[in-house]
Design a protein around this ligand. Sequence first.
Ligand code: SF4
Length: 296
Amino acid sequence: METPDDRSDALDAAFASHPRDWRANRYVYPVLSRRSGGLSIGVNLNPDKACNFDCIYCQVDRTIPPIVRTVDVEILRRELDDMLALALSGRLFDEPPFRDTPAAYRRINDIAFSGDGEPTASPQFLPSVRAAIACKAARGADAVRLVLITDAAYLTRPAVREALALMDTANGEIWAKLDAGTEAYFQQVNRPNVPLRRILDNITDAARIRPVVIQSLWMRVRDEPPPAPEVEAFADRLNEIRAGGGQIALVQLYTIARQTAEPYVRPLSHVELDRVAEHVRRTAADIPLRCFYGAE
Ligand code: SF4
């Protein structure tokens, strides 16, 4: 019997391949995700590839010009409905690169607002959440999660709050990026448009209402692994979020899997990522934590 631990070369290739284009679709694409333990249906709300962060490890290829720059919610809804039908019927797994997917992964885990920038920066985020909830309901796919992958800079905007409240009624989850514990390192790795304090306040605010998953990417920068004081500061920030009333469902530690924006950025080895995890566990002992190695 196949399990999620079965690793074939073809499967590894499918995990490593996260193209955001699928056939003639503009916004919706399927991804096989080790982290999700199944299929994640991505929704790209930033086809113009613009982002409010400029992470040194960003894996969005901005050398290829965008095909469309705006989001048409009606087209997005049709693409999502077609993709749900394709995946729910199993026909998606007859097509490359999904043919070699083991049985344990032949499930739809989530619809994820992710893509080539910050989803909540899009004025179409709220209507797109409404459309995704309607598609799930129409296909009887209540168990499919609705995931927002976010840099957390805009979580307190009124329209975003409204969208998050809707997601709460539809098996929603927030996966918030937090890659640093100090302002200096935050500026170095994320090159953001807001200070770290804003990100921490926004995550705490959202996490008071529902548990939030923290996604944290660690890497070698100019051949140096993450400084131990930075990892400890990161763990301190996690403790502060909890002390402020925020609930943390899980901290996901991971590293780079694909080509990065800056050439001086490299993935951590398994041992180095485990060392980051040990540091975090030492300071934030009772926060659930999981490491993901290599391709997702
Ligand atoms: S937030 Fe995401 S899309 Fe934006 S620069 Fe960072 S990694 Fe790239």
